[in-house]
Design a protein around this ligand. Sequence first.
Ligand SMILES: NC(=O)c1ccc[n+]([C@@H]2O[C@H](COP(=O)([O-])OP(=O)(O)OC[C@H]3O[C@@H](n4cnc5c(N)ncnc54)[C@H](O)[C@@H]3O)[C@@H](O)[C@H]2O)c1
Length: 266
Amino acid sequence: MNESAGALLDLSGKVAVVTGAATGIGEGIARTLAEVGVDVIVADIDTVGAHRVAGDVGGTALDLDVRDAAQCASVLGDIGERIDILVNNAGSYHEAGSILDQSVESWSRSIELNLASLFHCSKPVAARMVDQGDGGAIVNIASVDGLLPCLGTGYDSAKAGAIHFSRSLAVDLAPHGIRVNAVSPGVVPVPTLDRMHAGEIEHFWPTEPSTSGLMGPLMKQRSANVPIGRKGTPRDIANAVLFLVSDLSSYVTGQNIAVDGGWTLV
Ligand SMILES: NC(=O)c1ccc[n+]([C@@H]2O[C@H](COP(=O)([O-])OP(=O)(O)OC[C@H]3O[C@@H](n4cnc5c(N)ncnc54)[C@H](O)[C@@H]3O)[C@@H](O)[C@H]2O)c1
């Protein structure tokens, strides 16, 4: 391959579905991909937010609940355009929690949203990429919690699963030229977290995390000691995604990039 780095980063004409792109990290990914010419489909359950971001980036808003396998199959299977890139970003730490506090229903919801959703969206998109016949790229947004447990068994197991899901799917789809990788963000302040901490959005984290060694203190300690000395931004995560969906990473598959400022090193 003799193309320049600049040429490899020009993704004009490519079509990407980014789930959970109405705000936060997903919004950052949508905006970054649009900057390099990608036609972005902003898929989210938040219709208003999806239209806002899609309008800003000249893309398309798509109503999608990634927990609903049948809906994902029909909606993603029926998109008129081709799909070159899928970023499975939708996920949530709302139901993180100690096993002492968390109900089995909450645990199942966490697995459904953060792990099963990857299968729901990847299956119809992979089938389309195979039919299209010219490869593709899938990136799953996991978390440092999938590497170092921090937020309870539901979220942490789902994110560890997301990393191994990426490895397994990479082997599965490699013969079709479809690359699959994961990105694991560290601490990234987003509006949703601000609203959770302000009590505007319900979450299941104990306010006083005395019941758990996982919640609160450990997270605070690690987050206050990020070796690079600052928290991450959606742009930090999006730049790693850009690398993984472009041909700059044409020989990279089944990998997980921790974009965490060194959070997992200490
Ligand atoms: N922010 C962080 O510090 C951080 C750290 C590690 C990993 N992550 C992961 O990054 C991803 C994005 O996190 P964020 O902080 O930007 O979250 P966020 O809550 O700000 O945004 C999540 C988006 O997903 C959408 N969404 C939620 N449920 C959905 C569903 N069922 N179907 C479709 N869309 C749905 C929401 O409407 C929202 O637009 C998540 O997978 C999260 O687990 C975030």
